[in-house]
Design a protein around this ligand. Structure first.
Ligand code: HEM
Length: 453
């Protein structure tokens, strides 16, 4: 049996320690208890695995022995329905096959123009901060841009500001509610959980807007046969085996999934990137030099992406130290063995990305922010699963190329137009656990408009 962490508290287990230490709990527990340990968090108990070779085992070599976690996702399923992130088996495979081609590099290059338009539309918060000198929180600095970008890329251009605002508000609330729901779902449905009614209303509001957009797109597509983002592409996607297309309900679930999977993750990833850059003047200077050299004052386009390699490495390093999805979880569907430890069927297995990204076997001085770790040579010299912000194996993130392109374009556009430094109050931001790794007590940005170089 692996050692049990925090077994002393009968009802809560390690929950209090996790809540007080937040993400830091995981590297500390690994340092004290080793690469495999057991953990109890209130009603949930699990085995925690911390080495890239365990990730190789659970998510790749023996992935058929592990499922996505059934009941654990029930509260998320109320939001995502049977979308790609939570579906399993033949249904998942069929949907993934239909969607995968639309996330390939060449298809995404066609979306770069849409992405840059969306970024330019949402620079108002930056311009205001530059004009008034008011401090800008990193999350507020990026989330409207990402929301606009993801809605345009997924839902097409035919969506107005009011709809975007309503979706943003409902989605943000629904996500925070769903995270609390992972624990609250252990309670019977008649127990009043704070916010449950508001959540149900948020779902209804969200669906009303989404079905309206789907219907509009269907009509438009029938009329003009034109393309309107990924939604329109998915509408015309045909299952090669059955020749069938997706129904409106399936489209709704996939659209909500893309939307949620793509919004919160990329926003927190980029917000952390800005936050970390405030304390890294040398990295900031190198980033600016690359953007000036590669893009200059022109509009970023698909041809710049391959040459913005340092920009890409900055984002990769930010995803290492602050992985937006800080855990990967599976449930054993049959008995298994990991590193000599028996894993009975039904056990939850948690791989805390946050701790794996700091494993001393793979990362030297892991707290240091060093984009140079991601040169091709240094990457090749490491375990290939030492860096897993997008997961790995069959269920690897479908949007990883999309997210990398998005981050490069946003960083390039921001660095081209503005400089930003630490505003006040200056604080050391805490990586706080929610569905994504949030910034708690961050330092706001002090923004200035750059004059052309
Ligand atoms: C920095 C940004 C992002 C991060 C860190 C991220 C991370 C991840 C991770 C770790 C998984 C695997 C979860 C697991 O194995 O349990 C995943 C799955 C997924 N991601 Fe992302 N993601 C990002 C951006 C995006 C974007 C932009 C989209 C869509 C436009 C997207 C769509 C999805 C979908 C649909 C899945 C489920 C795939 C499946 O199960 O087949 N993600 N993501």
């Amino acid at each position: 049996m692996p050692p049990l962490v925090g077994g002393g508290l009968p009802l809560l287990g390690s929950l209090p320690a996790l809540l007080s230490q937040q993400a830091e709990f995981f590297p500390r527990a690994r340092a004290r208890h080793g690469d495999v340990y057991r953990l109890r968090l209130g009603p949930l108990s699990m085995i925690v695995v911390n080495h890239p070779r365990h990730v190789q085992h659970v998510l790749r070599d023996c992935s058929s022995k592990y499922g996505k976690g059934g009941a654990l996702w029930d509260s998320i399923r109320t939001l995502l329905g049977n979308g790609l992130g939570v579906s399993e088996g033949d249904y998942w495979l069929r949907q993934r096959r239909m969607m995968q081609p639309h996330f390939h590099r060449e298809r995404l290059d066609e979306l770069v123009g849409v992405m840059v338009d969306a970024i330019d539309d949402e620079l108002e918060v930056w311009d205001t901060a530059a004009r008034t000198g008011s401090p800008l929180h990193p999350m507020h600095a990026v989330s409207p841009i990402i929301m606009k970008l993801i809605t345009r890329a997924v839902l097409g251009g035919d969506i107005d500001r009011e709809e975007i605002e309503l979706l943003t508000a409902r989605v943000t609330f629904a996500l925070s509610y769903v995270f609390r729901g992972i624990v609250a779902q252990e309670l019977p449905s008649w127990v009043p959980v704070p916010g449950r009614r508001r959540y149900q209303q948020a779902l209804r509001d969200m669906d009303a807007v989404l079905f309206k957009i789907i219907e509009r797109s269907q009509r438009r597509q029938q009329r003009a046969g034109d393309s309107g983002g990924l939604l329109a592409t998915l509408m015309s996607a045909v299952d090669p085996e059955t020749g069938q297309r997706m129904t409106a309900d399936q489209l709704r679930d996939e659209v909500v999934t893309l939307f949620l999977a793509g919004y919160e993750t990329t926003s927190t990833g980029l917000a952390w990137t800005l936050q970390l850059l405030l304390h890294e003047p040398a990295v900031m200077a190198e980033l600016r030099a690359e953007v000036d050299r590669v893009v200059g004052q022109s509009r970023p386009d698909a041809s710049h992406l391959a040459r913005l390699s340092y920009t890409r490495m900055v984002f990769q390093e930010a995803l290492r130290v602050r992985p937006p999805l800080w855990w990967l979880v599976r449930v054993a569907v049959v008995d298994d063995e990991i590193d000599g430890f028996h894993v009975p069927a039904g056990t939850f297995v948690l791989a805390p990305t946050y701790a794996i990204h700091r494993h001393p076997d793979c990362w030297e001085d892991p707290e240091r922010f060093d984009p140079g770790r991601f040169t091709p040579e240094r990457t090749a010299s490491r375990h290939k699963l030492a860096w897993i912000p997008f997961g790995t194996g069959q269920r690897q993130c479908i949007g990883s190329t999309f997210a990398m392109a998005e981050a490069q374009l946003i960083l390039a556009r921001l660095v081209q137009r503005y400089t930003f430094a630490a505003g006040s109050p200056r604080r050391t931001a805490v990586p706080a656990l929610s569905i994504a790794l949030r910034i708690k007590n961050g330092t706001p940005l002090r923004v200035t408009r750059r004059s052309p170089p």
